[in-house]
Design a binder for this molecule. Structure first.
Ligand code: NDP
Length: 303
């Protein structure tokens, strides 16, 4: 399958590199052209002059852009080059409703669409070991599987278009809760005077172990939070999950609390840091214990 890639950011560039290593990458296009040029020079693939040309020259186009409006913009720009037999696979994290809308626009050109958001961070993208949750026709997934397997260690078909994104929303809620638990635990460990590397070692194969503890705990111990998965992007994903819960009349505590904390991080200028920067707020609680804990406030407002 001649494969094209658009959205060569923190995730997209290593994902495209792995598709190249598997022998499928044909052409790339990126909004900031210098990024496409640099990757094409490194890999020896072609650069398309426009998204429509990318779609015209490839059988499969993988998209990995930032947010909902970006996906729809890119899909509209791909559309003139799409035709029956071609497939667009979107690996961005957007709402299930946006995936359905993107699918409709692609299908109007006779092509097929799958939502295939991923989890595993930039490390998983670099190693080709992402977890992928796919929505769309089973037959389309099987056609694309060899290319997708270059990026993902696990690909699970979740049902029709939109179900991949709904599953990703579940993942983001769980990631928020794990971030809350690990960052809070690590700040508490510091306050107890514990050696943090040994805390990670001691807990790393027990019931409190997680990918996040192993991969982000050491950064918390060092007080550095390089991206990673940016605070601003996780907040965008939690806003999607929040809207989906609200549509059922529910405000989920983990989402509400984490979005509040992320707003404080963004306001303090840390929105581009990794989500483990939540540890900053937990640490501050111990550094400034005069601040009353959030739970004990009478008016329900955080300060
Ligand atoms: P980046 O900001 O690093 O990259 C975004 C890419 O999308 C860039 O290539 C950017 O182009 C392109 N883009 C954005 N808007 C548009 C647009 N309107 N038209 C055309 N191109 C556009 O983000 P990430 O790579 O980190 O994330 C990409 C997606 O993957 C997001 O949806 C994110 O939620 C998801 N994700 C991220 C993970 C992570 O750990 N970072 C983990 C799992 C999923 P340009 O170069 O011109 O800016």
């Amino acid at each position: 399958m001649r494969t094209g890639f658009t959205g060569l950011g923190a995730m997209g560039a290593p994902m495209a590199t792995n598709i190249h290593a598997a022998g499928y990458l044909h052409t790339v296009w990126n909004r900031t052209a210098s990024r496409a040029r640099a990757l094409a020079d490194e890999l020896g693939c072609a650069v398309a002059g426009s998204p429509a040309t990318l779609a015209a020259e490839c059988d499969l186009v993988v998209v990995c852009v930032a947010a909902d409006a970006d996906l729809l913009e890119v899909v509209d720009a791909l559309a003139p080059g799409l035709a029956p037999g071609k497939v667009v696979v979107d690996c961005s994290t957007v709402s299930a409703a946006t995936a359905v809308s993107a699918a409709r626009r692609v299908q109007q050109q006779g092509a097929a669409f799958m939502d295939a958001p991923v989890s595993g961070g930039t490390e998983g993208a670099r190693l080709g070991k992402l977890s992928m949750m796919a929505g769309g026709e089973a037959e389309v997934l099987e056609r694309c599987r060899p290319v997708l397997e270059a990026m993902a260690a696990r690909i699970v078909h979740m049902g029709p278009v939109g179900n991949g994104q709904a599953t990703k929303a579940v993942n983001q809620i769980m990631a928020a809760g794990i971030n809350q638990a690990v960052s809070e635990g690590m700040a508490f460990a510091s306050a107890q005077g514990l050696p943090l590397e040994r805390v990670i070692e001691a807990l790393g194969s027990g019931a409190a172990s997680s990918w996040f503890l192993h991969n982000r705990g050491p950064y918390m111990a060092a007080g550095e939070y390089p991206p990673g998965f940016k605070v601003a992007l996780h907040d965008k994903d939690l806003a999607i999950a929040q809207a989906m819960a609200e549509a059922r009349g529910v405000a989920l505590p983990v989402i509400e609390m984490t979005r509040l904390h992320y707003r404080r991080l963004v306001a303090a200028g840390y929105g581009e840091e990794d989500i483990s920067a939540l540890h900053r707020l937990k640490r501050d609680m111990f550094d400034n214990p005069a601040h009353p804990p959030v739970e004990r406030q009478q008016d329900g407002k955080d300060t």
